[in-house]
Design a protein around this ligand. Structure first.
Ligand code: KG4
Ligand code: ZN
Length: 340
């Protein structure tokens, strides 16, 4: 039975998981560096790298313990090869390649976004290929027509800030704690002002691209003009969130019409957003289609999605032992280059 160790260190989560062909995810370990970066209001790359170094080996040990497996039972090692912070990626790649070399196993470098795209496949109710994917994370916003494993066509993406980035930056402007996205979303639940309306950027022209950078400026102006009360803050948060959610839904609708896909996969950290989930469920039911999400812990960065993507490629491709184990990462790695 194939068993894959997955290593994810592209940003501020050290995450290790083991995927078993028969049983699914049998180990899932994650250490979040949120507290470490909290006082700086954003991820400090050098601190992230150093912390990955500290946590990664204990987490690998813990994963084997959790799965009650020995390393001899492993089939291959998958690690995130990019995109991400270079130092952080290098920690995962170095450990992944070194363990694979020492244990005489094939190793598989995974594109982080492919991990997110495939994460819903870990659920019992999973989509069939082909499907449309909306990838909404802190670093990326894109619509991908997924025709099969490794066959990904980007049909729309953000020309500036990613959706998660827009949430985080707007939260920072509003004086919310780090990481701001989920906190802003929580605050938005208390918003009641239905007259406040933010623009829906780039929806007045054809196409599937997004632009979110203007929304934070819009929010900043609203805050300056407000009375500073908690209720005003909640109203601004709601109006901002409504704009992001609506904009994403409008583009999804166009993409569904364009591709004729019946299944929509939503992945990446922002897919945890409840308002977005509600809106997209309504949208897909109007098309007689279905939306698929990873469970909460597989929405944000995790090792399970890397182990699973590694498993898919291990099965599909020739996995001879390599002659060497080069440690090579791609901090910037367009999907169009990775899967051409
Ligand atoms: O996929 P992810 O964990 O990391 C990246 O690869 O970027 O996504 C993190 C992003 C952050 O910007 C965070 O603020 C956002 O996802 N996020 C949310 C929510 N939960 C996480 N944004 C809006 N609403 C949420 N509930
Ligand atoms: Zn991610």
């Amino acid at each position: 039975m194939t068993k894959i160790l997955g290593i994810e260190t592209s940003c501020d989560e050290t995450a290790i998981a083991i995927y078993d062909e028969q049983q699914g995810i049998v180990a899932h370990q994650l250490y979040s560096q949120i507290e470490l970066h909290g006082e700086y209001g954003g991820v400090v790359p050098e601190l992230a790298s150093r912390d990955h170094v500290r946590k990664i080996i204990p987490l690998v040990d813990a994963a084997f313990k959790q799965a009650n497996l020995s390393r001899q039972e492993l089939s291959a090692i998958a690690y995130t090869q990019g995109p991400g912070l270079i130092g952080a990626l290098l920690v995962g790649a170095t450990i992944g390649q070194s363990l694979a070399f020492a244990w005489k196993l094939p190793s598989i470098g995974i594109h982080h976004l492919e991990g997110h795209l495939l994460a819903p496949m870990l659920e019992e109710n999973k989509p069939e290929y082909p499907f449309l994917a909306l990838l909404v994370s802190g670093g990326h916003t894109m619509l991908v027509d997924v025709k099969g494993l490794g066959d990904y066509q980007i049909i729309g993406e953000s020309v500036d800030d990613a959706a998660g980035e827009a949430f985080d930056k707007t939260a920072k402007i509003m004086g919310l704690d780090y990481p701001g996205g989920p906190i802003l979303a929580k605050l938005a639940e208390k918003g009641t002002d239905v007259t406040m309306r933010f623009p829906r950027p780039m929806t007045d022209r054809p196409g599937l691209d997004f632009s979110f950078s203007g929304l934070k400026t819009f929010a900043a102006n609203k805050i300056t003009a407000s009375d500073g009360s908690e209720q005003s803050k909640a109203d601004i948060a709601k109006a901002f969130q409504d704009a992001v959610v609506d904009t994403l839904a409008i583009k999804c609708k166009r993409a569904i019409k364009q591709t004729g896909r019946k299944a929509l996969v939503v992945a990446g950290g922002v897919s945890a957003n409840l308002a977005l989930r509600k809106k997209l469920a309504e949208l897909m039911s109007s098309f007689d289609g279905e939306v698929f999400y990873p469970r909460h812990e597989y929405c944000t960065d995790n090792g399970a999605m890397i182990a699973y993507a590694g498993y898919c490629h291990f099965k599909q491709e020739n996995n001879q032992l390599p002659e060497s184990y080069p440690i090579r990462v791609h901090p910037r790695w367009p999907m169009s280059e990775a899967f051409s």
